[in-house]
Design a protein around this ligand. Structure first.
Ligand code: AMP
Ligand code: MG
Length: 399
C-alpha cells in the first residue's frame, strides 16, 4: 500500500502546470501570475496633495493665523499648469498635483475654508500632507512577481501600474462526473434503492474553492460504454477530470472496469481512511483523471488530500494541501495501525489556542457530520491511541 505522501508525489510527478494565457484584468482574479509586472511610471506619478486643503509656502505660515489670497483651485485630475507665488494659496483637492511654488499643504480643517482668501490658523512644516512621486513604487520596479496568486489587492496594484491584462496560469477546467445506477439528481423523487447524487455537487464546489473552474456532468450510470463515452467527451475541454464511485471491489465497479488494463489509470490502495481506493492517470496520455471513491466522505477527503494540491500545481503553485493548525483534542481517539486517518471534527479557538471536538459519526457515508465539521483531524499511520487532551494536527476546511 502507498502512503498518502507517496501517492500525492506520484500524481504530481505526472502533472505539468497549465500553459500561460493572457486575460483581461478582472478575468485574471483567482488565477496565478505567470510574468513579473513592473510599473512603467512612478507611483504616484506626481507630487500630490494627501488632503483637501490649501497648497502654500511653508515660510508664509511662520506667524499664524495668516490670511492669504486664493490664487486658483486645483481639483484632482486637473491637467492645467498652475503655480503659486510666495504669499498666495491654491485651494487643492486630495490627489490633485501640487502646484509649482508650493511646498506644503494645509488641510481645510486648519482654515476657515475661504474660496477667495483663506485664514490659516496653524503653521505647517515643508512637505506637510504631500504624497511624493514614487513613494509607493519607483518607475521600473517589480510590483508583482510571477507565481503570485491574484486576489483583489494584486489586481489593484496591476491596474495602478497601468496593466489592462495579465499573463496568467488560468483556473484549471475540471469536469466532475459521478457514476452509479442508484443515483438520481436532487429534485427528482426517489424510488426504493435510489439516492440523490451528492458527490458531483460537492466536488464541483470543492473545485471552485481550490481555484478551479468546475463543470458538473450528470451521473452516467454503471454502463461501461456510457462511462467511456462520457470520459472521451472530456478530452478536449477539460484540464482534469474527477470521477466518483465505481473503483472498489464490487461486481459493478464500472470506472475501474473501463480504465483498467490500458495503462491509462493506475488503481492503488492508499494507507488512509477514509479513501483507500484511489486511481490516477492521464486520459489519452494527457488529461489528468482522478478516480475517487464513491462514498461521499471518502470522495471529499480524497479531494482535499490529493486533488486540491494537484489543482494548485496545475496553476503553477506548490502542491500544497489545506492549511493545518495544532489543536487540543477534546476526546480520546483510537485509530487502526498503518493507516492515516482523517476524522471529522469541529474546531474552536478558545483561551489562546485551538481545541477540536471529534464528530461522533465518522462513517464514510455520514455526510451530515462532514457538513458540520470545520476540520479534519489527522491521525498519523503509526498512532493507534490518543488520550483526551493530546495535541493533534487538524486540516482546516474551507468555509
Ligand atoms: P461505489 O464506490 O460506486 O461502490 O459507491 C460507494 C458508495 O458511495 C455507495 O453507497 C454509493 O451509493 C455511494 N455513492 C457513489 N456515488 C455517489 C454520489 N455521486 N453521491 C452520493 N453517494 C454516492
Ligand atoms: Mg457505484
Amino acid at each position: 500500500m502507498r502512503t498518502v505522501p507517496e501517492h500525492l508525489a506520484a500524481i504530481v510527478a505526472r502533472l505539468s502546470p497549465l500553459p500561460p494565457v493572457r486575460l483581461p484584468l478582472l478575468e485574471a482574479a483567482g488565477t496565478v501570475l505567470a510574468e513579473d509586472v513592473s510599473s512603467p511610471v512612478d507611483l504616484p506619478p506626481f507630487d500630490n496633495s494627501a488632503m483637501d486643503g490649501y497648497a502654500v509656502c511653508a515660510s508664509d505660515l511662520a506667524t499664524p493665523p495668516v490670511t492669504l489670497p486664493v490664487a486658483t483651485d486645483i481639483p484632482a485630475g486637473d491637467a492645467a499648469a498652475h503655480g503659486i507665488r510666495p504669499g498666495q494659496a491654491a485651494r487643492i483637492m486630495t490627489g490633485a498635483p501640487l502646484p509649482p511654488g508650493a511646498d506644503t499643504v494645509v488641510p481645510v480643517e486648519w482654515t476657515d475654508g475661504g474660496a477667495h482668501e483663506v485664514r490659516i490658523d496653524r503653521g505647517a512644516p515643508v512637505g506637510n500632507y504631500i504624497r511624493r512621486a514614487g513613494e509607493d513604487v519607483r518607475r521600473g520596479a517589480t510590483v508583482l512577481a510571477a507565481g503570485t496568486p491574484l486576489g483583489a489587492a494584486q489586481l489593484g496594484i496591476a491596474a495602478s501600474a497601468g496593466r489592462p491584462d495579465l499573463l496568467v496560469r488560468p483556473r484549471p477546467r475540471v469536469t466532475v462526473l459521478s457514476t452509479g445506477d442508484e443515483l438520481r439528481p436532487p429534485g427528482v423523487p426517489l424510488e426504493h434503492g435510489q439516492i440523490w447524487d451528492s458527490n458531483s455537487f460537492m466536488l464541483a464546489a470543492a473545485v471552485a474553492e481550490a481555484g478551479g473552474a468546475a463543470t458538473r456532468r450528470s451521473f452516467v450510470g454503471d454502463d461501461p460504454a456510457k462511462v467511456r463515452a462520457a470520459l472521451d467527451a472530456e478530452l478536449e475541454g477539460a484540464d482534469a477530470v474527477i470521477t466518483t464511485g465505481g473503483v472498489s471491489m464490487g461486481a459493478y465497479d464500472v470506472v475501474k472496469a473501463v480504465l483498467s488494463g490500458g495503462g491509462e489509470v493506475e488503481f492503488e490502495k492508499v494507507a488512509m481512511r477514509p479513501g483507500k481506493p484511489q486511481g490516477f492517470g492521464l486520459l489519452d496520455g494527457r488529461v489528468p483523471i482522478f478516480t475517487l471513491p464513491g462514498n461521499p466522505v471518502s470522495a471529499y477527503v480524497s479531494f482535499q488530500v490529493f486533488v486540491r494540491p494537484a489543482l494548485r500545481y496545475l496553476q503553477g503553485l506548490p502542491a500544497e494541501g489545506l492549511p493545518t493548525v495544532t489543536a487540543v483534542c477534546e476526546s480520546a481517539l483510537t485509530s487502526p495501525e498503518g493507516v492515516q486517518q482523517y476524522l471529522r471534527g469541529v474546531l474552536a479557538f478558545t483561551g489562546g489556542g485551538y481545541r477540536v471536538r471529534p464528530a461522533t459519526a465518522q462513517g464514510s457515508h455520514q455526510m451530515a457530520a462532514l457538513a458540520a465539521a470545520s476540520g479534519l483531524i489527522v491521525v498519523p499511520a503509526e498512532v493507534t491511541e490518543l488520550p483526551a487532551g493530546a495535541e493533534v494536527e487538524v486540516l482546516r476546511l474551507p468555509s
